[in-house]
Design a protein around this ligand. Sequence first.
Ligand SMILES: Cc1cc2nc3c(=O)[nH]c(=O)nc-3n(C[C@H](O)[C@H](O)[C@H](O)COP(=O)(O)OP(=O)(O)OC[C@H]3O[C@@H](n4cnc5c(N)ncnc54)[C@H](O)[C@@H]3O)c2cc1C
Length: 314
Amino acid sequence: MKNRVHTDGTKTRPMRALRRLELAVAGVRGVVRFNAPLKEYTSFHIGGPADVLVEPADEEDVVRLAKQTHEQKLPVFVLGGTNVLVRDKGIRGVVVSLAKLRAIKEEPGSILYAEGGVGMPTLIGHAIRRSLAGLEWAAGIPGTVAGCVVMNAGTRLGEMKDSVKAVRIVSPKGERIACPAEAIEFRYRRAILPPGVVVGVWLQLRPGVRSDIEKVVKDYLHYRRETQPLALPSAGCVFKNPPNDSAGRVVEAAGLKGTSVGDAHVSTKHANFIVNQGHASATDVLALIRKVRDRIAQETGIKLELELKVVGEA
Ligand SMILES: Cc1cc2nc3c(=O)[nH]c(=O)nc-3n(C[C@H](O)[C@H](O)[C@H](O)COP(=O)(O)OP(=O)(O)OC[C@H]3O[C@@H](n4cnc5c(N)ncnc54)[C@H](O)[C@@H]3O)c2cc1C
């Protein structure tokens, strides 16, 4: 089988595989990048290339892409980028970013409909301007609204399941599905949804007083700045909290703050954050995670589970 040789001289995937990728993205109106370095798309600034990265222009484009990737039997991964560690060899198949699906619409009854790529900070800003309360708990979460549903993102003030009324999904075959919150099983930092791309979320908010909403948001952002290492690239919390405890407390108590592998470093400000101090690779981060987990298991018997999603090829 013929191989395609890239300009850097490396032998890459066979021609037939490349042809399938091309057919999958044919006619897509948004941005299409082959061999796209995913470190540019993640808050960790880490990650190898996607075979192809697509930013669909709109929902119609997502439908087209879904149908064509399904026809070509290619895997699809949706990337918001703030809770993932992409391994160093990157992701095979099609990676979808909803960066262009950013519309927010208001519906009667204090409901906001946000397209999947709307960032939580933008959404909270919109809610504040419209004096709509109910999203203050999410102040400081950098992910997309869709990623926050899939992860059931949360803070000590609340979690996504408290705000979601329904979601709109484009299924792997390209069908549009509206899924009410009652049909979603929300668990600790994950939600069980029908498969597909979450392209929009209806949020049930309530009328509030703008200055009150703004105060809660500002106070919480201040608290986060004081307690989290926001000046360096990271992917938020690495481990889920063990029952009746906090992962940060457990890691700190084991004396692991400041432990490093290469440029991957357990933050000295918040022990449940690993920060990238410059050129950390995914291999460095994974080695550091292993070190922390092994020490905690040895010393306390606690088996820390990952909150971070690790994806792609090593
Ligand atoms: C500084 C910092 C602070 C953070 N603080 C918090 C916090 O307080 N609480 C918290 O819960 N999280 C926090 N996070 C983590 C992160 O922002 C959340 O987990 C968020 O929900 C991830 O959203 P995302 O869009 O980046 O999705 P990603 O992290 O890219 O993806 C997460 C999962 O969702 C899937 N996914 C994403 N979008 C879609 C979609 N449109 N359709 C289908 N599947 C999709 C992905 O495939 C992946 O499996 C923090 C992260 C950082 C960097």
